[in-house]
Design a protein around this ligand. Structure first.
Ligand code: GLC
Ligand code: CA
Length: 571
């Protein structure tokens, strides 16, 4: 397969296997509890590896499995070379890894190196004095004229500075207070990162997802940001910072010693900045997660709600497809542990649960790139409604609740949290209709969504037209279609408010994907470009369909053939 497609960039001859793959993301705490203490773990993952394989994916991305006090559920790490005791130990990890490999599944780990936990031994030593070997591992500053060192806000919790009486200085935390930022300008810190990478690569993992990686190099002098921009005010000084390519280049060199790939998470990244990581001299990353298509019903963050705009969604999809075409490779995703459930946002989780859940699968899985599916997405899990803010576990949901719109009535504030909380993606996976959704035999660590009796793996397995089986069909089709894997992309009817339609084309073969985002029937015509074409319907989320009408949230995939006679237009 390598060599036969357009998407490969120069100098990328060997490590391109990830391009033809699809990944499943596991946020372990809520995946499956194998030892019945209420918390998902690696024993549970081991039992479910065949299920994961059955979806038609080729790899797993694990959100952090490491020891962590869980101020940000694993993204605050206190030991990078071990497994959290809630999830097992290195032996069971190795067993999962080996079994995954036997099944032909690659495994990538989360590499969270912008910050550690404040309970990491490096920080515990760093905070003790200004002249020990770890003093310079973090970003410490004196107060400025009796105030904070600068005006940056943190992205998860209050201001970005926290005072440490022990050392008489402030430390920087772009995320929660318990997540002090590492000082990446210190070569010793970069050596630690490389040593962590080698530790896991030597064990046999196949790559990393590098957390908030475009934030790790901060501008000299840490200048004040625009005081009128809340939350993101410091971003111009820490996003794509001055030494970012140099540092990532060093990490890349370690990766080059192994047959692995690097995927960076790039909050607020644009196509232009992503290309600076994905191409050219640096090419420090193979893939990058961007957030643009996650903003079609909000502004900047999910917390600031806007009505869903299909045109906005299509614009983001197409921009990334067109601008990376032939230059770099896209990642495709609609959900992960940081966003509320997609079906509750861009679909209709009440009246058209199955229809919109399947359509959303089709709308992204046939684009060019490496798809990611987040646990529970494949059965159409939905947002959970909790009745008070105390019931939420996520630090950013609590921060948003207590920091913004505090004068609004509680019901309105809770409604915003319902629509935006990351906790909706973190409820226990719904395996069957037994107690606790079959996730555990005892009460789980977090609330199970009450809709589990209807939405669960077991019942969807049994239903040919379920969301689960539609994901399987899409992934199987992807895998056998060179057009889907390697073809170019072209969008039709860009300004239509209901239909998303795109073509993929590869060596004279074409497919057309047609998705309705309407909750009612709509009339539909083929674009003029297809006047001389005949289409064979290869995938549809309705058992029966009417040629020129799309039912609510209908999705169709056609294989297109050119025919000379116009009268033969039979799509
Ligand atoms: C990333 C993670 C998110 C975490 C943040 C800080 O965005 O995906 O869960 O809160 O980084 O580590
Ligand atoms: Ca457990």
């Amino acid at each position: 397969m390598p060599g036969a497609f357009t998407g490969r960039s120069k100098g990328d001859a060997v490590k391109d296997w990830y391009k033809a793959m699809a990944f499943y993301q596991i946020w372990i705490r809520s995946f499956y509890d194998g030892n019945n203490d209420g918390i998902g773990d690696l024993y549970g993952v081991y039992e479910k590896l065949e299920y994961i394989k059955s979806l038609g994916v080729d790899g797993i991305w694990f959100s952090p499995l490491y020891p962590s006090p869980n101020a940000d559920y694993g993204y605050d790490i206190s030991d990078y070379k071990n497994i959290h005791s809630d999830y097992g130990d290195l032996d069971i990890f190795k067993k999962v890894l080996d079994r995954a490999h036997e099944l032909g599944l690659k495994v990538i780990m989360d590499l969270v190196i912008n910050h550690t936990s404040d309970e990491h031994p490096w920080f515990i030593k760093s905070r003790q004095s200004r002249n020990n070997p770890y003093s310079d591992y973090y970003i410490w500053r004196d107060a400025k004229h009796g105030k904070l060192p600068n005006n940056w806000d943190s992205l998860l919790e209050g201001k970005a500075w926290e005072y440490c009486p022990e050392r008489g200085q402030y430390y920087l935390h772009l995320f929660a207070k318990k997540q002090p930022d590492l000082n990446m300008d210190n070569p010793a810190v970069r050596e630690e990162v490389k040593s962590i990478m080698r530790f896991w690569l030597d064990m046999g993992v196949d790559g990393f997802r590098e957390d908030v990686i475009n934030f790790i190099s901060k501008a000299d002098g840490l200048p004040n940001g625009n005081p009128f921009i809340p939350v993101a005010n410091g971003m111009p000084y820490y996003k794509d910072g001055p030494h970012i390519h140099e540092y990532l280049g060093e990490f890349r060199q370690v990766a080059e010693e192994y047959d692995c790939f690097l995927l960076g998470e790039g909050p607020m990244t644009t196509t232009r900045s992503a290309l600076s990581y994905l191409t050219g001299r640096h090419k420090t990353l193979d893939l990058m997660f961007h957030f643009e298509h996650m903003m079609a019903d909000c502004f900047m963050t999910e917390y600031i709600r806007r009505p869903f705009s299909l045109v906005k969604l299509k614009k983001a999809f197409s921009k990334w497809q067109y601008e990376l075409e032939g230059r770099a490779w896209n990642t495709l995703y609609l959900e992960n542990h940081d966003h509320p459930r997609i079906i509750s946002r861009y679909g209709d989780d009440k009246r058209f649960h199955r229809e919109s859940g399947t359509m959303l699968a089709a709308c992204y899985l046939f684009q060019q790139g490496t798809p990611f599916i987040y646990q529970g997405q494949e059965i159409g899990m939905t947002n959970i409604r909790l009745s008070s803010i105390e019931q939420y576990a996520d630090v950013s949901s609590k921060n948003n609740y207590y920091r913004f719109h505090t004068k609004d009535p509680v019901t309105k504030r809770l409604e915003r949290i319902y629509a935006s909380s990351r906790d909706s993606a973190r409820t226990p996976m719904q395996w069957d209709r037994s107690a606790h959704a079959g996730f555990s035999k005892v009460k789980p660590w977090f609330y199970v969504n009450p809709n589990y009796r209807k939405i669960n793996v077991k019942s969807e397995e049994a239903d040919e037209y379920s969301i689960l089986n539609f994901y399987r069909k899409c992934l199987a089709y992807r895998k056998r279609s060179k057009v889907v894997l390697w073809g170019t992309y072209k969008e039709y009817c860009r300004t239509d408010n209901y239909i998303y339609m795109y073509e993929r084309s590869y060596r004279g073969k074409k497919i057309l994907v047609v998705c309705s985002f309407a909750d009612h029937n709509i009339r539909w015509r083929l674009p003029r470009a297809f006047a001389h074409s005949r289409g064979k319907l290869v995938l549809c989320n309705y058992p029966v369909h009417t040629p020129h009408t799309l039912a609510p949230y209908e999705a169709r995939v056609y294989e297109i053939r050119n025919v000379k006679d116009k009268a033969n237009n039979r799509l």
